[in-house]
Ligand binder design. Structure first.
Ligand code: SF4
Length: 73
């Protein structure tokens, strides 16, 4: 068995993944991604409130990739 992501116990391929060869490494907790996301709330009085959200994501890897933390499923 090749020691690569698709055979690693920490790798999960989301059902809705756009790229079939890609999945998420869940070796560690999700990590902050980018500098934030700006959302907009429009209130009943038509005032606009901008909000800054932080986003955390699982790292995405391809099935053929690997790292030194690989473990058998
Ligand atoms: S990056 Fe490393 S720990 Fe994560 S799924 Fe791939 S081999 Fe496993």
């Amino acid at each position: 068995m090749k020691e690569q992501c698709e055979n690693c116990r920490f790798w999960k391929r989301p059902e809705a993944q756009a790229e079939k060869d890609a999945g998420n490494c869940r070796r560690y907790a999700p990590r902050p991604w980018g500098s934030g996301y700006v959302g907009v709330d429009i209130h009943e009085d038509e005032s606009i409130e901008r909000k800054l959200y932080s986003i955390a994501m699982w790292p995405t890897t391809y099935g053929h990739e690997w790292c030194g933390d690989w473990q058998k499923k």
